[in-house]
Write a protein that binds this ligand. Structure first.
Ligand code: CMC
Length: 445
């Protein structure tokens, strides 16, 4: 019977390798170990199959690095999130979304002149082709805006289609600009469509977050005034969601893009992945859960359910695959949440009371402390967005607007990586071994 393989530390002379010993054959394979600029080292297993005939097995990719990246660094134990080396707290405090978008896409914060130039480009790509309106009309009025966003973003590839050559860096850059520019327009149109109100065109005199608010909340029969505190909060929400390393939706965008697919179709794939409640759909799920709890007195009942192994219920907005200490985005979001509620004069919002009490209890309970389950960014963002007047179904749409800049920056980095190959994981096959085919006439029944 074969013995499991063990990973032995490398001999002293070769510290940047590990030796894998197959205990069933005694065969040893030396694998290189690579160090990044920060963070855990990685074992480079690219030659593993060729040398051993074995694959690695890692469902959920909890121990797998899928690419080299220079964009975002996360240390989940320390609660650190850096974009191109800058702390998220500094970016959220001192920058606007346009600067952060530039940083993610080009690697540097822009100076004043460059910022103006970049903002002009993003502003002037924000209209969508009038023909796209026909696509909206194909949806039922009660369609979920994420379904609409996914469909319309995929459809964009048909408007900027065959003539594009994404091997050309300039074409890649233009695709990135178009996506960042048009996503707020598409998102706001999804909202307007579901309410039956007319679509509102983007305005070139407004900044990115202001425009998003105007296209969502303005109506043609009166002048829309942007509240600067709400615009700042919206901008901060966009910054805090702009990128997050190789999460499910970003990995989806990279995987779709690795086959050479159209970038707008890749972003549509990312939107589909983001929609799930374990990922971007959590901000909507938080509000649904708070509504279900309904009264503070019922919180213990839900905490009990969250702790019950036989109950699939989870406290939405708690826990994170990577942050096992605190989510640095959640801390900024918590402050913003109180600013927004103060500005709007919301004092006795029952859902907020439930949220604050839930946070207090969960942070004291052994179950949550032992498992390092803290409120994540979506716990607070849902409350802010509700206070601003967004329907819950739009929460994940807004996450997608923000994350588009991260997705397209990661897509661009992948395409420009000389090591890039089509993504193609393998499997541990557990189905039938070869068996004799039986024709229908001899299968009985
Ligand atoms: N409520 C109750 N128990 C939980 C929760 C929760 N929200 N999250 C994790 N646990 C428990 C889980 O049952 C497990 O317990 P045990 O060790 O006894 O089996 C332990 O904590 C570890 O959980 P896990 O499922 O192995 O952790 P994971 O890294 O696979 O999952 C997660 C991370 C975010 C999917 C999960 O915490 C979750 O479903 N949270 C609620 C949904 C949510 O808020 N998602 C948004 C994430 S942040 C936004 C984003 O980046 O997309």
């Amino acid at each position: 019977m074969s013995q499991p393989a063990t990973v032995a530390p490398a001999p002293k002379a070769a510290e940047d390798t590990v030796t894998l010993i197959d205990n069933s054959t005694g065969k040893q394979v030396i694998l290189p170990v690579r160090s990044g600029a920060m963070g855990p080292r990685v074992i480079d297993i690219r030659k593993l199959y060729a040398e051993t005939g074995m694959f690695t097995f890692d469902p959920g990719f909890t121990s797998t690095g899928s690419c080299d990246s220079k964009i975002t660094f996360i240390d989940g134990d320390q609660g650190i999130l850096l974009h191109r080396g800058y702390a998220i707290e500094d970016l959220a405090e001192h920058c606007d979304f346009i600067e952060v978008a530039h940083l993610l896409l080009y690697g540097e914060l822009p100076d004043r002149t460059r910022k103006h130039e970049f903002e002009e480009i993003i502003t002037r790509h924000s209209m969508v082709h009038e023909q796209l309106i026909m696509f909206y009309r194909g949806f039922r009025r009660d369609a979920h805006p994420m379904a609409i966003l996914c469909g319309i973003t995929g459809a964009l590839s048909a408007f900027y289609g065959d003539q594009q050559d994404f091997d050309d860096p300039r074409e890649r850059e233009i695709a990135a600009h178009r996506l960042i520019s048009k996503m707020p327009t598409i998102a706001a149109m999804a909202h307007k469509y579901s309410t039956g109100q007319p679509f509102i065109y983007p305005r070139n005199d407004l900044r990115y977050a202001e425009n998003l608010l105007a296209m969502t909340f303005a109506v043609p029969c009166e002048q829309f005034k942007v509240n600067p505190i709400l615009a700042r909060a919206m901008d901060r929400i966009l910054i805090l969601h702009a990128d997050h390393e190789q999460n499910a939706s970003t990995s989806t965008v990279r995987l779709a893009g690795s086959s050479g697919a159209h970038p707008m179709a890749c972003i549509a794939a990312g939107i589909a992945s983001l929609w799930g409640p374990a990922h971007g759909g959590a901000n909507e799920a938080v509000l649904t859960m708070l509504g279900e709890i309904g009264r503070k007195e019922r919180i213990p009942e839900f905490i009990k359910r969250a702790k019950d192994k036989d109950d699939p219920f989870k406290l939405m907005g708690f826990g994170h695959r990577v942050y096992k200490n605190f989510d640095p985005r959640a801390q900024v979001m918590r402050r913003t949440c109180h600013e927004v509620l103060g500005e709007l004069g919301i004092k006795n919002e029952p859902l907020l009371d439930i949220a604050m009490e839930l946070e207090r209890i969960a942070l004291q309970e052994d179950y949550f402390i032992e498992r390092k389950l803290y409120p994540n960014v979506d716990f607070y963002s849902g409350i802010i967005l509700k206070a601003m007047g967004f329907p819950t179904s739009m929460f994940t749409v807004l996450f997608a607007v923000a994350r588009t800049v991260g997705w397209i920056s990661q897509w661009k980095e992948m395409i420009e990586d000389p090591q890039q190959k089509i993504g193609r994981p393998r499997q541990l096959f557990t189905g039938n071994t070869p068996r004799q085919f039986v024709p229908l006439s001899r299968r009985g029944g």
